[in-house]
Design a protein around this ligand. Sequence first.
Ligand code: NAD
Ligand code: DAU
Length: 342
Amino acid sequence: MKMFITGGAGFIGSNFIRYILTKYPHYSVINYDKLTYAGNLENLKDFERYDNYKFIKGDISNQELVDHLVKDCDIIVHFAAESHVDRSVDAPEDFIKTNILGTFTLLEVARKYNIRFHHISTDEVFGDLLLEDPGQFDEKTAYDPSSPYSAAKASSDHLVRAYHRTYGLPITISNCSNNYGPYQFPEKVIPLFVTNLIEGRKVPLYGDGKNVRDWIHVDDHNAGVDAIIHKGKIGETYCLGADSEKSNKDLTMTILNQMGFGEEMIEFVADRLGHDRRYAINSNKAQAELGWKPVISFEEGIRRTVQWYIANEGWWKNIQSGEYRNYKPEEQQPDQKSDFLI
Ligand code: NAD
Ligand code: DAU
């Protein structure tokens, strides 16, 4: 299978490429990424000399370049997005451009060649649940996004479904809960808190710390995407999650305990605007239909993740200093050279 993966230099996309090239060494991957602040080629250092892996720098809104590259691909797996809610509150424009217009551009090209399209989405499109509500989101939950980020992701989901209904494009969608694991950009809560603590700084907890997120290890998410790609039914949506609801305060205490700190390292700060109160996702459909299930417990996953950030200080220090933006992959072999390779 030849995969065209967008956003493969980001957190989940780079873990996905590692997962796919390890599990299916006979597959080939084009990693197409604009390298925004969130893209980091150091995430895939160990794959850059593989014959079946190519990185190509580009924007998903560049229709000509995407057209040139995807023609002979079997599937587009679309991770690329502006992904950070706080940034969408401060400056929504790029979220509209990439998440909506960029997805539209990809869909147009996919339609031209009738290429299978898997769209990576989020549980945030469903809005939020009350703390005292025992309910969960599932595939039938109505969309009710709260932030410019989630509204833009919701728009892209609608477009993907419309291209299936209107043009018969072979699509699938996954809506996943909060991911954590290695190579997550240290603006997101877990890597931010862990790296702050390594440096002896306090952790900024928003509002009352009672907001709840439903956590899944990135490898479990990617195993779910793999299952959908290979066994999912065309036109269907699958919710992915690992039944690991934690309040932000409890999550913070878990990290503090693992790193040998106490509650005094918490600094309560002003709340996020429009802050979603609780997410919880029901993944029964994916588990029943795809034979997939998450296998990494929250406790084990967090322990491994904390250890990873401790062991890979150079990776996140390069991000803090901005040095990661100067990283150049090793020279490709002459036969692998392409006008588009950087
Ligand atoms: P990320 O911010 O770490 O990575 C996004 C990647 O997309 C970066 O490499 C960036 O350079 C690239 N990109 C951004 N704009 C682009 C453009 N216009 N053209 C090409 N590339 C572009 O994000 P992530 O956390 O890895 O999330 C990946 C996907 O998964 C997103 O679609 C997000 O909505 C979805 N998702 C994330 C989570 C989570 O918890 N992080 C949960 C569910 C779904
Ligand atoms: O639910 C899936 C979503 O999870 C993805 O679609 C998004 O791309 C991803 O960024 C993530 O969104 P969140 O807003 O839930 O993640 P974040 O790590 O930004 O925040 C998690 C929780 O922690 C949230 O309730 C806000 C809180 N928080 C966050 C930061 C950065 C803090 O209390 N302090 C902080 O400094």
